[in-house]
Design a binder for this molecule. Structure first.
Ligand code: SAM
Length: 280
């Protein structure tokens, strides 16, 4: 069977007996995702009463922010392939808005009627879809005419996002060539490929731009280990080499970021993402 995702996070991490991999994802990704969530929400131009889908929602950062924007007369749906992500998303969903409707579904086969949404949002998900054209065609089908599609995808790391460059070094040195290739591919999604796929899918007025945020890590070494346990390439290092190799990989990240790190272990690092918008 074809691999249904480029982000095959298993929810049975051995790294930490008390927290699942998706709990790690929620805890550690939050820091780097936060400013990009705000960026996606602003770019999508949400309004009170809007019908919104968070596609590849993960643990629901964007869905939660969208719920606050659309208010009690709006509705937020959120879909992801991984049951483990949705379990954490449902646990963290706010109670002061109408319930976010979480659904387990692949991006290229979504269980929503045609023209269901005013906005489809996808933060750091498109680079993991095995068939981008099929997924965007599906996104176009469920977006009403005049509705918006907004997505983010990390730009290549070496010069733009030192954290990902360091993590890629760790995966290269301690992981398998397959995981290295999978992770590297997720960091190099070209904007023109996205533009072409959105055009083919039937979207118009396509814009792409790059945004950079500086993110402050109080304890960059602690973060490196926690976040590595929350991504498939980190899991595979531990599966293949055990806890010792996992610790070595986290140490590789720490060392690669040494020139960015203060004596107290903190670091402020830039992260750059492409933001794409389109109109149905
Ligand atoms: C890096 S995470 C991003 C999650 C979330 N959007 C966020 O902002 O944190 C990538 C997500 O894409 C989801 N995903 C990957 N392939 C998918 C597919 N084919 N259909 C639906 N979701 C998919 C994964 O399960 C994962 O939750």
């Amino acid at each position: 069977m074809a691999d249904p995702t480029g982000f095959p996070l298993k929810d049975n991490a051995t790294h930490d007996a008390t927290h699942s991999a998706t709990e790690h994802y929620e805890r550690y990704s939050a820091l780097m995702m936060a400013p990009f969530v705000t960026e996606v929400i602003e770019a999508a131009d949400l309004f009170p009463g809007a019908q919104v889908l968070d596609l590849a929602c993960g643990t629901g950062f964007v869905a939660r922010a969208a719920a606050a924007q659309v208010g009690p007369t709006g509705h937020v749906a959120a879909a992801d392939l991984l049951e483990g992500m949705l379990r954490i998303a449902a646990r963290n969903a706010p109670r002061m808005y109408p319930d976010i409707e979480f659904t387990q579904a692949p991006a290229d086969k979504l269980p929503y009627p045609d023209n269901s949404f005013d906005a489809v949002l996808c933060q750091q998900g498109i680079q993991f879809f095995p068939d981008l054209d099929a997924a965007l065609t599906e996104a176009a089908r469920i977006t009403r005419p005049g509705g918006r599609f907004t997505a983010t995808a990390w730009t290549p790391p070496a010069d733009r996002s030192p954290y990902f460059a360091a993590q890629l070094k760790a995966v290269t040195e301690h992981g398998t060539p397959e995981e290295e290739a999978r992770f590297a591919a997720s960091l190099s999604y070209p904007a023109d490929r996205l533009t072409a796929a959105l055009t083919t899918a039937g979207f118009n007025d396509i814009t792409t731009r790059e945004v950079t945020f500086a993110i402050a890590f109080p304890d960059v070494a602690g973060f490196a280990a926690g976040y590595l346990a929350a991504v498939p390439w980190g899991q595979s290092i531990e599966e293949a080499g055990g806890p010792a190799r996992f610790t070595e990989a986290a140490e590789t990240i720490r060392e690669a970021l040494a020139t960015h790190t203060s004596p107290d272990g903190s670091a402020t690092l830039p992260f750059t993402s492409t933001v794409v918008t389109a109109t149905r």
